[in-house]
Design a binder for this molecule. Sequence first.
Ligand SMILES: [Zn+2]
Length: 207
Amino acid sequence: MNFLGNDFIISSSIWLIVVFTFIFTFRKKIFSFYYKESDFDKFVTLLKEYLDETYPKINFNFHFVETLEDEPNPDAKKYALIDNIINQYITLELNSTHNKSIPTNKLWGSYTFNSKPNKTKLPEDWLQRKALIFERDEKTCQRCSKKTTIQESDIFMLTPLEKGGQYYFENLLLVCIDCMKIENHKRDTSLNLKYLDIKDELYSLVK
Ligand SMILES: [Zn+2]
């Protein structure tokens, strides 16, 4: 009885050693789901940090992550999440209630005359207007809150020319290139929306 007991202990120990050695050797394969998951979690953190810093006033929704649990390919998950974020970015509503005037002492003699649309031409003082709007709107896209430069920004007309909009400061808003494309696309869906800087920027976060 004692002998059988010893035999049982020895054989069980051997089995345990074999099983643990097997698990230890192939741990990355067996727990691959866990390893890839942690890589994806790191990506989500990186993406959140990037978005918070670049678009500080947008609250992107990350609930979409929960729907990706069954997707085994970590890169597919990353690209699906990015596409979801870009869709949220495209569907943002432009807040047109914060359009502000420019103090009258900064205006010039021909300001009112040049504010009236002249066929399809931009007013001759357009660059002067753009520079003042750039400062008024604190070098920040008024749609997505991204910091921008004068070269990489555009001026959006809240009421378009076709609907009687004019070049008065109250009708003009500083926007980034992406937001200009998106808002123009909303007005005319035949305009192309394929090339957005945000796409390149977010795709470059996937390594
Ligand atoms: Zn923008």
